[in-house]
Each structure stands twice: as C-alpha cells, then as structure tokens.
Design a binder for this molecule. Structure first.
Ligand SMILES: Cc1cc2nc3c(=O)[nH]c(=O)nc-3n(C[C@H](O)[C@H](O)[C@H](O)COP(=O)(O)O)c2cc1C
Length: 184
C-alpha cells in the first residue's frame, strides 16, 4: 500500500472509532443498537439487538451489558466467538465486527456498571426473579433486591467496513491503524 493509502486508512479507522464512541453516549446514534450474533447451544445461529455501552480503540474492545442468566451468556461461555453488525443510514456505513468475548458477572467492572445502570430506567431489567425468556402468567412481576447484571467485553479480532455510495461502494478490512481495501 502507498503512503497516501496508509494515511487514508488511518483516517478511516479513526473516524470509525469516533462514531463508535459517539454511539455509546448518544441515544440517537444508529450505531448504539448493533445486532449481536452468536452460536446457539444447539449449534444454530442466534442474533439479537444490544446497546453498545463501551468502545475503546486502544484496547480494541466493545462492551455491552446483559442479564447473566440470559441464553446469550450461556452461549458465549460455551463459544466466546461472536459478531456485531452495525448499520448507519446517516453514514451509509456498515460495520461487521468479529470478536472474542469475556463475560464478567462479578468484580469492579460489574460494580461500576451497576452503579451506572441502577440509576437508570433499565435497572429493573436486571432485577427480575426469573431468567429472561421464562414464561410469565402476567406481563410483569415484582422485582428482586439482588441484580443479575453481567458486563460482556468483546475484543475485536477482525473489522470489516462497507460504505455504500453512488460514486462507488468502498469496503475495507481494518486493523488498529490501517485499512486494506477490498472489492465491495
Ligand atoms: C433496542 C434494543 C436494545 C436492547 N439492548 C439489550 C442489551 O443491551 N442487553 C441485552 O441483554 N438485551 C438487550 N435487548 C434485548 C435483546 O435483544 C434480547 O431480546 C434479549 O436480551 C434476550 O436475548 P437472548 O435470549 O439471546 O439472551 C435489546 C433489545 C432492543 C430491541
């Protein structure tokens, strides 16, 4: 790759991380709610929306919160490999991110996260007596005192960026500070 291409790649990587970080603080950012794909315990694909809670370029890490009793936690504990898909219409950018996850159910990371979540409307989501997905006889039920918050850190193994444009689509495989351009 030429120096110009390298500089362009670094700029691209930098812009993508700026958007990811914005998404963790801006409720209206389209990248705030990516789809997380895992492998189900039956070996078949599973996918669901999560809220992006952290994006650290230096550590190459994304973070989301979940209920430690949720099926996705059991899936990630069995097979930590997962993928996020982000789409932004405003940017015309898709990001596909392959990650290796780690589930934290206790310790400072969880305590800090709970201090944050317990002040928000989402607190009740982590205080249900029964695990997510359990049948209920009525729409809601009383909350517990102990929480079941888990913090999932996801280390990026591979990042694929696609830009849709009338002038021509562009796609790149990104590392921490380079972009390798690919046929879209
Ligand atoms: C906009 C949106 C945001 C969501 N954010 C989260 C989240 O941050 N963490 C989470 O565990 N579930 C979140 N959910 C619910 C999941 O999509 C999913 O329904 C639930 O976690 C059960 O997933 P599982 O059975 O695969 O574990 C969100 C759903 C929506 C629609």
């Amino acid at each position: 790759m030429t120096n110009t291409a390298n500089a362009d790649g670094r700029e691209r990587v930098h812009r993508i991380w700026t958007e990811l970080q914005r998404a963790t603080v801006d409720r209206h950012h389209e990248w705030r709610t990516p789809v997380l794909a895992t492998t189900g315990l039956d070996g078949l694909p599973q996918a669901r929306t999560v809220v992006l809670r952290g994006a650290d370029a230096k550590a190459q890490q994304l973070v989301f919160f979940t209920d430690s009793r949720s099926p996705k936690v059991a899936e990630l504990q069995t097979l930590p490999a997962a993928a996020f898909v982000f789409w932004s219409k405003r940017l015309s950018w898709q990001l596909r991110v392959r990650v290796s996850t780690q589930v934290h159910t206790a310790g400072p990371l969880v305590d800090t996260a709970w201090a944050r979540v317990s002040q928000s409307a989402a607190a009740g989501d982590y205080l249900t007596p029964r695990p997510p997905g359990s049948p209920l006889h009525q729409p809601t039920e009383a909350k517990q005192d102990a929480h079941h918050l888990a913090v999932v850190t996801a280390h990026i193994d591979h990042l694929d960026w696609l830009e849709l444009s009338r002038e021509g689509h562009r796609r790149a495989r990104l590392t921490q500070d380079t972009a390798e351009w690919l046929v879209p």
